[in-house]
Design a protein around this ligand. Sequence first.
Ligand code: GDG
Length: 461
Amino acid sequence: MSRLVVISNRVAPVRKSESGSEGGLAVAILDVLKDQGGVWFGWSGKITEHESQAAQTFDHGKLTYATVDLSQQDYDEYYTGFANSVLWPLFHYRLDLTDFSRRDMVGYYRVNVIFATRLLPLLQSDDLIWVHDFHFIPMAECLRQAGCKQRIGFFLHIPWPSIQVLLALPNHEGIVRGLCAYDLIGFQTESDLRGFREYIEHEIGGEVLPDGTVKAFGRSLRADVFPISIDTKDVGRIAEDAVNSPQTERLRDSLGGRKLIIGVDRLDYSKGLVQRLEAYEHLLKVYPEQRGNVVLLQIAPPSRSHVNEYRDIRHTLERTAGHINSTFAEFDWNPIRYLNKGFRRQTLAGFFRLSDVGFVTPLRDGMNLVAKEYVAAQNPENPGVLVLSRFAGAAQELDGALIVNPYDTEGVGESLQLALTMPLEERRERWRTMYDHLCDHDVVAWRRSYLDALRSVTRND
Ligand code: GDG
């Protein structure tokens, strides 16, 4: 069997870290690399005066880690600049936050060339190369230009924007040409794939054949949908074990019998956190019986805090949470517990299981694994209700959730009330359909179906 080479911006640590934050994806990829042997290649996370001249490698059994340091300029232009201030906001439909400059675009391509150059000496002729996410869209093109003939697949973790949004990206054609150098492109949802095909057919005069083959820029490739998932049974087991942990006990005691709504998101403007708090405020306004009887626990570990927009969202959220708490709080009850820090995976699983409502309302999200984890963590006898944004990729699979439009503050507030008052029988039915689906479509199934598809592509150049 071909050796697998995985490329992602950050590589997952080989040992479980203190934070216990490794999720299903890192574990699923590590499993296959450790079993079959392979390479995990990416940024070391370090910024040095000059970027590395060769990848630093570290072997762990059959798995080789290979990492590259970045210079400050590369980090600013490639990572903070083009990846996080252009592609991320634009692909999440936030044209207002997109800050394009040619300097950053050039930096993005330059870093892709650097990574490709450092990877080349490590490659073997029948390797299967799997590139992850928006940081490395041009990677296949860079590798091909250097003569690389191996099969190369790409998986996009974030949404693919509709054609009109994509056209706002000054180098949209270059980005799509880069994608078309892969042999297989994986998207999270049908609507992402539709957007991509529409661009191919209507913008560059390419073709999509009845079997789904894409013909563009003089090549044929396959583009398909592979919705990412979680290790469903494992999350369930961890949650069951965590239910009597000291942390979960403390949370339970602190609630004093009140209902619990939980939100867990990286602090990111795509996650719809401000709108979420406003919808909760609507619930408290319109259903006074909920005052004093419900608590919203919002966990939002900071991310990308060197990007201005992330500092702004943090301040806005603090203000909004403070305003709602000061409006409704009583001497023995605070409506919102807003925590700007991360927790161990085990702790989160216990919190999910204890919660009556999982509140997941991104404005755009490639998939949203928290929605899936919430479902997997529930007690089958007494499951909570998932309130889920229609704009999360997960909404296309989890039809047992209460699907909401996060821009409709009042509608989301009403759905919260529905969730908090839903009879047990209906909760069980809704949960069962979602849980069964997630058992059949877990992260191992996702990895297998992607890699099987990549192995079976026929290279045509
Ligand atoms: C991108 C796409 C796509 C969160 N807080 C803590 C913590 N987490 C874990 C969650 C979950 C993961 O981080 C977040 O995954 P999401 O899917 O929700 O969101 P992104 O980080 O934006 O991920 C997304 C995903 O890639 C995969 O393709 O679904 O659409 O944007 O697993 O549980 N984990 C720990 N402590 C925390 O405080 N341990």
